[in-house]
Design a protein. Sequence first.
Length: 333
Amino acid sequence: MTLILGLEGTAWNLSAALVSEDQVLAEATATYKPAFGGIHPREAAQHHAAELKEVVARTFRDAKEADRAFAIEHIAGIAFSQGPGMGPCLRTVATAARALSLTLKVPLLGVNHCIAHIEVGRWQCGAHDPVVLYVSGANSQVLAFRAGRYRILGETLDIGIGNALDKFARFLGLSHPGGPKIEDLASRGSQYLEMPYIVKGMDLSFSGLTTAARDAVTAQPAKREDISYSFQETAFAMLTEVTERAMGHLNRDELLLAGGVGANRRLQQMLSTMCEDRGARFYVPANRYLGDNGTMIAYLGLLMLASGNTTPLEQSQVRPNYRPDDVEVTWRA
């Protein structure tokens, strides 16, 4: 049994997990919660530095409870989020990963965070070769595997859908994370207000939509519930449009939803309806695998190690703008 320790800490969620070829042996998390506003990179990094030792130790303790035969010596590699993400957070976790790799004398595995979301989804759902809609705080991308890489077919031109939702939530005085709170407000709205629908070919823009939603709060007597409903309906229709176009272009009959915003039930509903109309299969992993988690980092590290793809120490610098199409996918034919 090959066992990989994965460390995730790109933003507000710190997580460690031990994963083998067929199971998640253990996982532990510690979440940074800003007192107000959004995520402050330096404060999040300080949180990770303070909590990392206990999170890893708790993972080891839980692994021992799950399997009494477990020993630290069984770990075959240390995987960590090399990027994309917040620089201070990435550096904190990368430093710990290097130390563990050197101490245990096992390979270091620098993982692309976006691709980790995709691969854990494929693993958990059994998807074969899907088009992927990856939606998180900073990212909104439509991807598909082709010719040895995950190719980006369309993406946001400004901010990610998660950041757009969070910005609007903060304007309403709601605490972080704002996405679930906007979802709750939207579920109680019914009147659609015209919002900017910005799709440029296969790319999207959400900043104008966020501004329009904020203006609607101050300039119109509309309810916050109706504005949130209109915001969601417009943004998710944009995402569904470019995703369907990608599926048609590639003639794919599978769609995988990945990333933290994928937990939104309305987005799932719209994508499911689109796939049903096309006769395609729609896959959504459990919520624990949609948000940032150590399991996805460990699992991609496992795939990389099995294909002989390790990260030399001198190439382990973090990459805050690490794009998924920069990665040579050595573990897929």
